[in-house]
Structures are given as structure tokens and as C-alpha cells.
Design a protein around this ligand. Structure first.
Ligand code: TRP
Length: 372
């Protein structure tokens, strides 16, 4: 029998999703959903994982669950096709993680590059390994790759659409699966990562040209943002500091407007909004030659973004009218997900022989032993 094709991915609810998420993951998920080349697809809100480094701010996580759910629904994830759920509503995941903890060494976790850089970034320690892994680091955060392995394996996921930064997590999951299967017998399924195909899409910079969109820098364009707010942000975008007068030759490399155009626009957009150019290559060529102003390229980008985001905004408004129904969608999805995870947990308990009450043979053997 062919192995079932099961797609699973998720996001931490630490903020509203922005257009970087859209090109980097959401757009691809909707395409996967609609291609319908899978047996099951799960998309979940990783609130328990978000709490590993926001344990002191549960209200932030709580508020962002509905934001992320609305973002999912408004970009077109369809709860009739995809199971949408909340991680913490599936207690089976924590039990799986607990058993997996026996299969991972502290040294291996310390080597996980994503965890390493996140620890440094969050300032859990200062410079140097010893301090980084010193007393400031919560065990829950340190072990979140194990919890993530539980998320993935609970659903027997074969494919995990995610960014480059998640590669170490998938690698660690594969190691856990192999170790589990070699000790307890073939039970868990090895996942594979599915990276975004377009390189420009992997990491969209902020509107200020800084490497990352982040709420605190105020350089994000959110999916939930109005056209008016977005207009201001696009007009204020970082371009080329050397392109002072229109006739100066411009640079497209590191020019945020062009990076966004790389990620979002197609030839059809030129035909609709900027017919003097056939495609992005022609526009870039003119900009580099000189004689093309920033306002013109920004206006074009705004039109492209609006074409993509307007249907998302409309859909969001519809779902916002019935918030209880959005929670209901998540609740129903969580029930479906819980059943799937419970089935895997049963397999795991059987494989580990911690299924005492279900094992008639064990009970009979023990009875016989004590009867002697
Ligand atoms: N670590 C992911 C992120 O930060 C979120 C996540 C948690 C996840 N569990 C997962 C992604 C399982 C894919 C599969 O975005």
C-alpha cells in the first residue's frame, strides 16, 4: 500500500500575519489545498509552542489565536478541505513529547541551529555557549524541537511546508522517528520539509529595508490592514538612497520595492497597470538606466498588492461578522485532530508496551506467574 500523503504545518500565534507570511507560506498552502494531491491536510495554531517563550504573556497568545485564524480563513484556507486546529487543545501531543524526550540528548538540542540562534536572539543568555545554556533558559523553550516532533508525528505527516529556518526541526524529527522505530518497532512516519519554491519569497524584508518584518520595528504590512494604511506604508518604503534625482541611475538590489515586486508581480500586472513595460525585467532595466522615479514604482507596487489583498480583506470582513463561528471552526478541527493524534498515541503506547490494561496476554501471564 502507498503511504498516505499527509501535509501538516503551523504558525506561532505571536502576532498578526503579514505579507511576508503570505508569500513565504500562506499562498503555497492554499495552492496545495486546491491541488488536492493529498490524503489529509492539517494547519494549526502553535499556541503551546508560542508559550515556551511567552509564558509570561498568555494574553498576547490568546489574542492572536483569533487573528491568525482570521488570516488563515481570509487567504482562502477552507475548513472543509483542511483541518484547522489549536495545538494546546490536543493533550496527546504533550504525552508524545514526554516519551520522545527519552530519545534526545541535551547535546543534540544544544546543537540545533534554530534553537541556538533563537536563544541568542531572545537574550536568555549572553555570549558564549556556557552562558547561553545557563540558568536563564527555560526547559520548555529548550525542548520545543521535541514538542514540534510530536506535532508532526502525531498526524503521521509526510510533508511539512515550512521555511528554511524549520529545516533543523524536521531533521530532528526524523532522528526521533528513526530512533523510536529502531527501539520499539516500526510505528512513526518520517516527514520531509517542503520549502517555498521562489527564493525572493523566502524572506521578505520589512518596508524599511531591514532584514525582517517585525512588529516592534513597525515595518510590516499586515494582511488585515486597510488599503489606506497600506498606501502610507508603501509610499514610505525604503528604495535606493543613491537614487536622489529621477535621472540618477538606480539600484534594484537591496531596493525593497523591487524585492516586493519580485515576490508579488507577474506580467499580467504590467498589462493591467503599467503597459509601457512588458515585464519586471524591463522596469528594472529602466530604473537602473535612470529616468524612472520611485513614486511610479511605488504606485505600481501598491496596485499589485491591492489586487492580491483586496479579496483577502473582503473575506476577512465576512468572517469578522461571525467570530463565534470562527472559534467553532477551530473547535471542530481540534476534535478531528485529536482523534488522529489519539490513534497515534495508541500505536506509540502499544509499541512501548505501556498499554497494560489493553494487554490481555500480559494480565494472563502475570496471573499465571503469581498462581505458581
Ligand atoms: N516552529 C514553527 C514556527 O515557528 C511553528 C510550528 C510548530 C510548526 N509546530 C510545527 C511548523 C510543526 C511545522 C510543523 O513557525
Amino acid at each position: 500500500m502507498e503511504k498516505a500523503k499527509i501535509i501538516l504545518t503551523g504558525d506561532r500565534p505571536t502576532g498578526k500575519l503579514h505579507i511576508g507570511h503570505f508569500v513565504g507560506s500562506l499562498r503555497g498552502r492554499v495552492e496545495l489545498q486546491n491541488a488536492a494531491d493529498y490524503d489529509k491536510m492539517f494547519v494549526f495554531i502553535a499556541d503551546a509552542q508560542a508559550l515556551t517563550d511567552n509564558f509570561d504573556n498568555p494574553e498576547k497568545v490568546r489574542q492572536n489565536i483569533i487573528e491568525v485564524a482570521l488570516d488563515y480563513l481570509s487567504v482562502g484556507l477552507d475548513p472543509n478541505k483542511v483541518t484547522l486546529f489549536i495545538q494546546s487543545m490536543i493533550p496527546e501531543l504533550t504525552e508524545l513529547a514526554f516519551y520522545y524526550m527519552n530519545l534526545v540528548t541535551v547535546a543534540r538540542l544544544q546543537r540545533n541551529p534554530t534553537v541556538k540562534s533563537e536563544i541568542a536572539m531572545r537574550g536568555f543568555g549572553k555570549d558564549g555557549e556556557e552562558q547561553v545554556f545557563g540558568s536563564g533558559l527555560p526547559v520548555g523553550f529548550f525542548t520545543y524541537p521535541i514538542s514540534q516532533a510530536a506535532d508532526i508525528t502525531a498526524f503521521k505527516a509526510t510533508m511539512v511546508p515550512a521555511g528554511e529556518d524549520q529545516k533543523p526541526m524536521i531533521e530532528q524529527t526524523v532522528e526521533i522517528v528513526r530512533k523510536f522505530n529502531s527501539i520499539y518497532g516500526d510505528t512513526l512516519v518520517e516527514p520531509e520539509i517542503l520549502l517555498p519554491s521562489n527564493k525572493a519569497c523566502c524572506r521578505l524584508p520589512g518596508t524599511d529595508g531591514k532584514a525582517k518584518m517585525s512588529k516592534s520595528l513597525g515595518n510590516c504590512i499586515y494582511l488585515s490592514e486597510s488599503a489606506e494604511e497600506m498606501h502610507k506604508k508603501v509610499m514610505g518604503m525604503y528604495t535606493d538612497p543613491l537614487h536622489i534625482s529621477i535621472n540618477d541611475p538606480g539600484h534594484v538590489e537591496g531596493n525593497t520595492v523591487f524585492t516586493y515586486l519580485d515576490a508579488f508581480c507577474n506580467d499580467g500586472h504590467f498589462a493591467s497597470y503599467l503597459p509601457d513595460y512588458a515585464n519586471l525585467a524591463e522596469l528594472k532595466e529602466h530604473y537602473m538606466r535612470g529616468g524612472l522615479g520611485d513614486v511610479k514604482i511605488k504606485k505600481f507596487l501598491e496596485k499589485v498588492l491591492n489586487e492580491i489583498l483586496e479579496p483577502v480583506r473582503t473575506k476577512r470582513k465576512e468572517f469578522e461578522k461571525d467570530i463565534p463561528e470562527v472559534y467553532n471552526i477551530l473547535k471542530k478541527g481540534s476534535e478531528v485532530a485529536r482523534n488522529a493524534a489519539a490513534k497515534t498515541l495508541d500505536d506509540v503506547r502499544n509499541a512501548m508496551k505501556i498499554n497494560y490494561f489493553d494487554d490481555a496476554k500480559l494480565i494472563a501471564e502475570q496471573a499465571e506467574r503469581f498462581a505458581k
